[in-house]
Ligand binder design. Sequence first.
Ligand code: NAP
Length: 344
Amino acid sequence: MMLAACLSRPLSQLPGKATSICGRENGMRRALLLCSASFTPISRRTYASEVNPAGSKAVLITGCDSGFGFSLAKHLHSKGFLVFAGCLMKDKGDAGVQELDNLKSDRLRTIQLNVCNSEEVEKAVATVQSILDDPEKGMWGLVNNAGISTFGEVEFTSMETYKEVAEVNLWGTVRTTKSFLPLLRRAKGRVVNISSMLGRMANPARSPYCITKFGVEAFSDCLRYEMYPLGVKVSVVEPGNFIAATSLYSPERIQAIAKKMWDDLPEVVRKDYGRKYFDEKIAKMETYCNSGSTDTSSVIDAVTHALTASTPYTRYHPMDYYWWLRMQIMTHMPGAVSDMIYIH
Ligand SMILES: NC(=O)c1ccc[n+]([C@@H]2O[C@H](COP(=O)([O-])OP(=O)(O)OC[C@H]3O[C@@H](n4cnc5c(N)ncnc54)[C@H](OP(=O)(O)O)[C@@H]3O)[C@@H](O)[C@H]2O)c1
């Protein structure tokens, strides 16, 4: 009965607090299916094994103006890290940047960083190098967190939108990682990529976001294989739904996206789908804005573990039970079965 409830209950009816669920991919497939029936994932692990003290290890995080990045910068600073907080809006004096600067700590430095801009990324590498005590010993960690999101059916999404989202989420991650790898290799450090549950399972009307996060997953796997012999560990954090806790979406942003989308639609698509269908989809997206967990600590704990544990996990799944079970079913069951349960 519990399983049936878990399958069918929408997120809004589930307990608000997200549960940290992390697990290695390898060798878990059968176990994951079995454990779902007991509602207590046996893959669940605690974050007790933190053996690499932060000391003054240097970490760069992208996208610290708000959301996970902002909280993470403060948290890692409190744990003793030397934090380079990459902010898109540092030059514009954004509120998040000001709050981080107001900590007035030598161990928390905000830097201007648009991950789509190669010059800014190279400048960030030079800044980090100039501040490290011994650049030859390298930099411990890189957290690729910067991201944007959008929505819309395939036929509603322009090529411009697909490219815009990929430029930040995917190519921004690749660009920043490539630039910092020489420093990370010297320290035998860590790369932590913030993907999403939508980097593992797709969703209707989310293709512009899903394809970028699937790309981040593939990039992370290739990098992990290549870096293993060099001592750099690569982890992926796949958060569930924390929309209510971050700035990824707001009703205003959804309205702005919807207006542009409708204005740009080819006439044939507008006519075939009709305004009523379009408006219903937008209204559904607006309700999504207030959903999800408001407590981001499971995401912050996952990244901290990936940076500090002697054997960090390959993938972390900070999400509530509804999304965790849905992800297991979508990724382990035949498509015909999972489509019937969740999509059709
Ligand atoms: N919230 C969720 O439910 C959820 C779930 C799964 C995964 N994620 C992922 O978590 C990561 C953080 O998102 P969030 O939820 O914390 O949302 P958020 O509050 O919007 O944070 C994203 C940050 O990235 C920054 N950013 C945007 N474009 C950038 C660029 N070109 N260069 C550098 N920084 C840029 C944003 O700056 P501005 O604020 O100035 O635009 C913002 O500070 C993203 O990768 C997102 O895909 C979020």
